[in-house]
Design a protein around this ligand. Structure first.
Ligand code: RAM
Length: 912
């Protein structure tokens, strides 16, 4: 009999992480078994200091014993106290529902980082440069190096490194690690992350050398729409290189005044402005032993850093793929225009040949203008321009280090003749495992799905950013929360959002107000002329993000710890609102609201109501919008308290929700169920957030449906309203209408942009129209994921893979594909925390065929659309109700079944 095979071992949601700094890491695995109904009844975890001990079934750090439990995730290590630099190797085995023992898994491991500050023995070093950065000339990068000796018999060599700025590291001429943009972005006023590298195999007996390239990055480069040097003036680097010998002795190399510094070929870099490389300045061997650094100067010892130095506990930014040109042409004036056929974030790699000193300029953009020339107006202050000065000779390759661009097109021009060899667009983003696939019978919908995926890739850059191209690239919280459910289908976002929640809490104001983006930069814009000061806090729907995202992590991954970690902080936000709006109505100055919604009411009317400010981008009145979000947060707080067993808070915030709900109804809803503002978003939010009296729900639904139909099946919703709208229509029995919105091809709609050739999601429904061309370049990104929040809806309703609600962590699936809108086929895969689930359905000859795959240790409730009174058969075998299927009953034109793990296929007569 087939037993359970435990696999995909992870610690803290990461694959064999090095240098973590939590005392009790959480372990997780999945169990695999082809047998129907296979489930875990018990497990045993062994954790040891050496892998050999595991072979002898010894866990000298922890032996959990046989634990009766179905849990495969969030299993807390509960062994001996873990110390700095400790290595831990582990394995697990599972018992199935019949008590049969499965085999031991393979070996997983993790290591602990530097748990106390005084283990960092070095000082921060760099090179102070008293020059002011400009857009054209960002501050120079600095090269650092240090030669040192090592004895024979190294047992282990580990590098811990970080920077205020960005660093790249080499040991003996070879790059260490594959990560780019380390140490990534945090609020450096509060914390910086360090990275850990195992270099045991790289260390040589005798002479060794470490080389470092240090750049400005988010720390002192241009960030957001705010300007340069928002955290500090010059970058600094810190390293702790620990060497352990077989005989038990130890050595260490640290950053200090004995390191040397120099300028070099990667002249200057800025994330937004671009990079300049002068290949003539190459210094062969600079990062290897034996290099004569006589022309180098001593490194400067920089100011000490008093923020936290914490382990990076999220997956790093890396190169994740490459694209070859879709088309490439030389223009009559000697420029090259490359179309990569896909809008993305990353950079260009190009083989170049030119005489020494030839200067080649690379400009990047998302589109071409009407005359076929690179369009860069929408980049605002970001230049995203790279320069390469040729060394002359063969074998030159241009590739930047510390910049990234949002682009589909690249334009190259030289100040002299040059030849171009192979080129590639290098795709760069936080490297998260991709977990979702969805394909349908509708080619435009398929393109839409891929557009959402690409927009996520382009914007998951250490933090979830709004866009990758213009001078913004901020962790906008409204965008981040509304897209989070979709993001969690496409990728494993468990550690990524857990890190962002730390950024969100770091950004929280002492009042309790969360901010509108995180990491947060406070203050006026310096480089961008504007007539109002941004404070960017507490906007409804934006500042509510932490609760929404934390709850998502709990629901999707069963992550309870994240709720506990930010519990006090989340309460402060809800309490802040309670103190400001005790009556349960939020009526402060309007903010973004249902940002970028479609104009349903005359502009003058709205301006008269809200005054100037940004609210003219939202047709829904801010007071109803913000009150609805305030209710949402109160409800979430109550749910979070319940999940943590905080009974009193559960009650308090439950009551607060009821209070807001009553106030909302009293103030905004009339006797006929008409809501103030009368916009689609108003109804959709009130329905989804339960802000209507039971007796008026139906009236509100028909008002909403009527409004959509009146406009010819058109949605007018903005950034945040759209998701509520699509969900509300399905929940209220109008899934057919939701499909019509999905499949609509005229403006405003998703497929409109697809039909215009979009390869990522546009910021605005009308990013480009035939009548007007491009929208206002002051705010027109072609790579903004907010409207991509429909991805989640597609997975649930077209792919049909959702969560049953009651249980956190995708252990109970809800399989409910809806064969509507003329779609005849869909195939979907979602690789969640309990393992891969899959569906595939098609309509043929009036029959509906559905294949379902449920991972071991999970169950599913399956809705099969069928004609009442007809039998649903199991596809492969003529018999119905085969092993492992139980019939639950009928609901909404579907026969409902409960199944355990395994593969199933259903055939039904489809109602017409
Ligand atoms: C824009 C950002 C973002 C949005 C805010 C309100 O500038 O790009 O998408 O959240 O405004």
């Amino acid at each position: 009999m087939e037993t359970l095979r435990a696999q995909r071992l992870r610690a803290e949601n990461l694959d064999d992480p090095l240098g973590i700094d939590v005392e009790r890491p959480r372990l997780g695995w999945i169990v695999d078994c082809g047998r129907r109904g296979a489930a875990q009844s018990a497990y045993r975890v062994l954790v040891a200091t050496r892998p050999e001990l595991l072979d002898e079934e010894k866990g000298d750090l922890w032996d959990s014993g046989v634990v009766t439990s179905a849990a495969t995730q969030q299993v807390e290590y509960a062994g001996k106290k873990l110390v700095s630099e400790q290595r831990a190797y582990w394995k697990v085995r599972a018992w199935d529902e019949l008590g049969h023992e499965g085999p031991w898994s393979g070996t997983g491991c993790w290591s602990m980082g530097l748990l106390s500050r005084d283990e960092w023995r070095g000082v921060w070093i760099g090179s102070k440069k008293d020059v002011k950065p400009t857009k054209e000339k960002p501050k120079p990068n600095v090269y650092l190096r240090k030669g040192f000796g090592a004895r024979a018999g190294v047992r282990r060599a580990t590098v811990y490194a970080t920077a205020l700025g960005l660093y790249r590291l080499w040991l003996n001429g070879e790059r260490v690690g594959k990560d780019v943009f380390s140490p990534e972005w945090t609020d450096y006023h509060v914390r910086v992350q360090y990275q850990t590298y195992d270099v045991t195999d790289r260390l040589r007996e005798g002479d060794n050398a470490v080389g470092v390239l240090l750049g400005q990055g988010w720390y002192s480069g241009y960030i957001g729409m705010f300007g340069f040097q928002k955290y500090g003036m010059d970058p600094a680097f810190l390293l702790q290189f620990n060497i352990e010998y077989e005989d038990g002795s130890r050595d260490c190399v640290t950053t200090d005044g004995s390191w040397t510094a120099s300028l070099g070929p990667v002249v200057s870099s800025d994330l937004q402005m671009g990079e300049t490389i002068d290949a003539r300045l190459g210094m062969p061997g600079w990062n290897a032993p034996g290099f004569a650094d006589t022309a180098w100067t001593p490194a400067d010892v920089m100011y000490d850093y008093r923020g936290w130095i914490v382990a990076q506990m999220s997956r790093p930014i890396r190169e994740t793929g490459e694209r070859t040109p879709y088309s490439l042409r030389w223009t009559p004036d000697g420029r090259v225009l490359i179309d990569f056929g896909q809008n993305l974030a990353g950079w260009l790699r190009a083989s170049i040949k030119g005489e020494a000193g030839t200067r080649i300029t690379f400009r990047f953009g998302e589109a071409l203008d009407a005359s076929g020339v690179l369009y860069t107006d929408n980049l605002r202050f970001a230049r995203q321009t790279d320069v390469y000065v040729c060394r002359g000779g063969d074998g030159e390759v241009f590739e930047p280090t510390f910049t990234y661009h949002g682009f589909r097109y690249v334009e190259l021009s030289g100040d002299g003749p040059f030849e171009l060899g192979e080129t590639a667009a290098v795709v760069v983003h936080s490297e998260l495992p991709e977990t979702g696939e969805l394909e349908t019978s509708h080619p435009l919908v398929n393109r839409l799905i891929e557009n959402v995926r690409w927009t996520q890739r382009a914007n998951f850059m250490s933090v979830p950013t709004d866009c990758p191209q213009r001078d913004e690239r901020h962790g906008w919280t409204g965008d981040g929360q509304i897209f989070s459910g979709t993001a969690a289908y496409f990728m494993d976002v468990s550690a990524f959002y857990a890190k962002w929640l730390v950024d969100l809490e770091d950004a929280q104001r002492p009042t309790g107000a969360y901010t509108d983006f995180a990491p947060f930069i406070f203050g006026p814009k310096t480089e961008f002329d504007n007539d109002f000061t941004y404070t960017h806090t507490a906007s409804a729907g934006w500042a509510d993000a932490p609760l929404i995202v934390a709850w998502l992590l709990y629901e999707t991954y069963g992550d309870r710890r994240v709720l506990r970690k930010h519990y006090a902080s989340m309460k402060r936000w809800v309490e802040f609102n309670r103190a400001l709006f005790p009556d349960g109505i939020r009526d402060d100055v309007s903010q973004y609201g249902d940002w970028l919604s479609v104009n349903e009411r005359p502009f003058e009317e709205r301006i008269a109501e809200f005054g100037r400010m940004v609210s003219h981008y939202s047709t829904t009145p801010y007071d109803i919008f913000s009150t609805a979000y305030m209710a949402y947060s109160a409800k979430l707080m109550s749910d979070i308290a319940a999940a943590l067993g905080e009974e009193e808070d559960r009650r308090t915030y439950g009551e607060r929700f009821e209070h807001i709900r009553t106030a909302f109804i009293d103030r905004f809803v009339d006797g006929e169920g008409q809501i103030k503002g009368d916009t689609q978003t108003a109804y959709a939010m009130a329905l989804e957030l339960d802000l209507l009296p039971e007796r008026l729900r139906e009236a509100a639904v028909s008002r909403l449906v009527g409004k959509i139909r009146e406009l010819g099946d058109m949605a007018t919703t903005g950034f945040l309203g759209t998701k509520f709208l699509m969900d509300a229509l399905v929940r209220e029995g109008h899934a057919d209408l939701a499909f019509r919105l999905l499949l609509r091809e005229e403006y405003p709609s998703w497929l409109y942009s697809v039909r215009q050739g979009a390869t990522t999601i546009w910021e605005r429904w009308d990013g480009w129209t035939e009548e007007r061309g491009f929208q206002d370049p002051g705010m027109n990104s072609l790579c903004h994921y907010a409207f991509g929040s429909v991805g989640e809806w597609l997975f649930r309703n077209v792919g049909g893979i959702g969560r049953e609600g009651a249980e956190a962590g995708f252990g109970a699936l809800l399989i409910r594909p809806r064969p509507l809108g003329g779609l005849t086929f869909a195939r979907c895969r979602y690789d969640g925390v309990s393992g891969p689930a899959a569906t595939e359905w098609r309509i043929a000859n009036g029959e509906f065929l559905l294949n379902v795959e449920v991972p071991a240790n999970a169950t599913a409730l399956v809705y099969v659309p069928s004609v009442e009174g007809t039998e649903v058969l199991e596809g492969d075998t003529p018999a119905r109700l085969a092993e492992g299927i139980s019939e639950v009953g009928r609901e909404d034109g579907c026969a409902v079944f409960r199944i355990g793990s395994g593969k199933y296929s259903f055939v039904s007569l489809l109602p017409v």
